[in-house]
Design a protein around this ligand. Structure first.
Ligand SMILES: [Zn+2]
Ligand SMILES: [Zn+2]
Length: 206
């Protein structure tokens, strides 16, 4: 065993010796704020290490590029997304005491309202949040495909802004508003920060 490994082990043992009374260090369906979930995941990694922390802990976590709110509205709603690995492939522990759900791997939180939803798909969670924060979005007009070359992002954004200014009700032309768009057969994911208002680009069903 080399000295560096010893030191890491020593640090983990020191963490393990201190009491933890935050969010549980495992999968949970109870409400916790984004900050509480971040702190719990940090604690887990400080105690057990980073290796395999997502599949081993089954805890709610988010990537570093997704550390903050994905949408913030004028009236204080925020959208935070988390993911958990709920399918256990470990042999050194089991879940007979508290079985993991089938699915249930996506979590969306609105901390200002202490609101959260757990879903099987990311899209379902994003839609539930819009029902919570912006009821009525399902009646918004669906934006047709406006430019043939979608790789020209600047052009596509300008065309979308123009279309929304003309076709959206005035009360929907505000920060965080989504845009509903027609997609191809493989483009069904809701995309953050791609509406002209900084909100989601929501794939329409038809
Ligand atoms: Zn809210
Ligand atoms: Zn497990």
């Amino acid at each position: 065993m080399d000295a560096l490994f010893d030191l890491a082990e020593f640090e983990r043992e020191a963490v393990a010796a201190t009491a933890w009374d935050g969010a549980p260090l495992t999968y949970t369906t109870s409400y916790y704020s984004p900050a509480e979930l971040d702190a719990a995941f940090e604690r887990y990694r400080a105690e057990f290490g980073h290796f395999g922390c997502v599949p081993r802990s089954h805890m709610w976590n988010r990537n570093e590029w997704n550390a903050g709110a994905r949408v913030v509205t004028e009236d204080g709603h925020e959208l935070h997304t988390f993911h958990a690995d709920t399918s256990c492939r470990q042999t050194d522990h089991d879940h007979s005491a508290a079985p993991l759900p089938k699915g249930g791997g996506y979590l969306v939180i609105c901390p200002g309202c202490a609101w959260h939803v757990i879903t099987d798909t990311e899209n379902a969670g994003i839609e539930a949040w819009h029902d919570h924060a912006m009821p009525g979005w399902r009646s918004l007009p669906v934006m047709p495909q406006l430019v043939s070359d979608r790789t020209d992002e600047k052009k596509a954004r300008a065309a979308a802004a123009k279309w929304c200014a003309k076709n959206y009700p005035a009360e929907w032309q505000r920060p965080g508003s989504p845009v509903r768009t027609v997609r191809g057969p493989y483009g069904g994911r809701h995309v953050e920060a791609r509406s002209p208002f900084g909100g989601y680009d929501l794939a329409a069903d038809h």
